[in-house]
Design a protein around this ligand. Structure first.
Ligand SMILES: *Cc1c(COP(=O)(O)O)cnc(C)c1O
Length: 347
């Protein structure tokens, strides 16, 4: 087994290494001593680059990971007696060990279903309609993931519709953008067109799955919402003293559109993988492959065989749906080898 090379990896896009440009930026930041706690020039440059990229004067904060980004952003938007509407399969609900509830000190997650990992607004209306008086949590925010946990991408119009719903019910709109880069690559749009222009208040912009080692950005598009957020970050143990080493790799990503090229590569390889599985190995692909995730229906015997051959991937939903993630480092060879292994067992 050759697990050191990434050749057998489809488990997640965070199994990939640090991309060369982020690594080079990290090395460059390591040459000299520098001010701590974000007072350094790399942090300042990343914040400036983010404002340039989003074409607006936003507030930008660093935290170590996506769970903290989401939970602290929601805690900033909600009182403890508020609720947060999110998809029933959202990372908030299924993968954060109660961090949103913990950091908000009581905000309840209101789970909304909907096809392909996207919130169904009619169902959200029905849920909000049942939270009408002071005996239930007061809806305070709605959170959508872009891309979604099922690898699909909300269009600009779909986000605008969520924003109208949020507006009508006085909710803040939070976007979990752990894979925001993949969404921008998929839609081939300016980042502002799917965020503040359509009413997103706070974006958690992920770098880890795009090519850094750690470090996610919390971006407030309305500056008044970020008041004292620095204290919240510090109290949560998320303020890096050597913040330049979170920031420098981000600068590597945000220079010459490396972030976008990494995401485009991940998306392209996922489409390629899905096409080959469908066409050559007769595998059903369950959700639209809008970005860098492929959800494949396989029986337990096939999945077990592939895993015994050294392939890493997880069962995700239902009894027989497995998730295959592509990243900036996924190679055509790994796609060919994986497809070939499936064809071998099927014959
Ligand atoms: C990976 C991911 C996160 C962040 O997870 P951490 O492990 O806490 O960094 C957040 N949201 C989604 C949808 C993710 O896939």
């Amino acid at each position: 087994m050759d697990s050191g090379t990434g050749r057998y990896e489809f488990a997640s896009d965070n199994t990939a290494g640090i991309c060369p440009e982020a690594w080079a930026a990290l090395e460059e930041a390591n040459i000299n001593e520098a001010p701590s706690y974000g007072e350094d020039c790399w942090t300042a440059r990343v914040c400036d680059r983010v404002r340039e990229l989003f074409e607006t004067d936003c507030d930008v904060y660093f935290v170590f990971n996506g769970t903290a980004a989401n939970a602290l952003a929601l805690a900033q938007l909600c009182q403890s007696f508020h609720s947060v509407m999110c998809h029933e399969y959202s990372h908030l609900q299924t993968d954060e060990c109660g961090a949103p509830e913990f950091f908000t000190k009581g905000s309840k997650l209101l789970l909304i279903s909907g096809a392909n990992g996207k919130i169904d607004i009619a169902r959200a209306e029905a849920v909000v309609g049942r939270q009408t008086d002071l005996h239930s949590h007061k809806p305070g925010a709605i959170s959508i993931a872009q891309t979604t946990e099922f690898g699909t991408v909300y269009t600009r119009n779909e986000i605008a519709a969520i924003a109208r719903f949020a507006d009508a019910h006085n909710l803040f709109l939070h976007m979990d953008g752990a894979r925001f880069a993949n969404a921008v690559a998929s839609l081939d749009c300016a980042p502002k067109t799917i965020t503040w222009e359509v009413g997103v208040d706070v974006l958690c912009f992920g770098g880890t799955k795009n090519g850094t080692a750690a470090g996610e950005l919390v971006i407030f598009f309305q500056k008044k919402l970020s008041q004292e957020f620095d204290y919240r970050v510090k109290q949560a143990g998320q303020l890096g003293s050597k913040m330049r080493f979170l920031a420098a790799p981000w600068l590597g990503l945000l220079t010459d559109d490396v972030w976008l090229r990494n995401a485009q590569h991940a998306n392209r390889t996922a489409r390629h993988l899905a096409d080959r599985l469908r066409n050559e190995a007769d595998i059903e692909i369950v959700f639209p492959v809008d970005a860098n995730a492929v959800f494949a229906r396989m029986n337990g015997q096939l999945a077990g065989y592939l895993q015994s051959r050294g392939w890493h991937f997880y069962k995700f939903v239902g009894p027989d749906i497995y998730r295959l993630m592509c990243s900036w480092s996924t190679t055509d060879k790994s796609i060919s080898d994986f497809t070939a292994d499936i064809i071998t067992i099927n014959h």
